[in-house]
Design a protein around this ligand. Structure first.
Ligand code: CU
Length: 111
């Protein structure tokens, strides 16, 4: 019983430190809040991502993630997959700018 308790306590102490949470920042070329929702949803869809926030004015994306489960590159790849440029990663020609149909963020946001 005592050993089990000690084991449980040790597990409780080491578990949170096993996840290596990292923060990454990079720009994403969204235009409006609707783009932002899609960008954030794409990032959050990546396993290991804890928070994702995109700033409409600065275009800066801030993500926190467990570096044992994913990476900045993986997250950028997920954003590129929905048609946005993430950091230095760009969608293939013809696959860019697939923005939300209701997006009113400007020329680049037209469907
Ligand atoms: Cu938009």
């Amino acid at each position: 019983m005592r050993i089990a308790m000690a084991g449980l306590l040790l597990a409780m102490m080491t578990l949170p430190t096993m996840a290596k949470v990292k923060t990454a920042k990079f720009n994403v070329n969204g235009r409006c809040a609707r783009c932002g929702q899609r960008i954030e949803a794409a990032a959050k869809g990546v396993q290991g991502v804890q928070t994702a926030q995109w700033d409409e004015v600065s275009k800066e994306m801030t993500v926190t993630f467990d570096s044992k489960q994913t990476s900045k590159k993986d997250i950028q790849r997920a954003i590129v997959a929905i048609g946005f440029t993430a950091g230095n990663m760009k969608p293939e020609a013809g696959k860019e700018k697939k923005h939300d149909p209701g997006c009113k963020g400007g020329e680049d946001c037209k469907e």
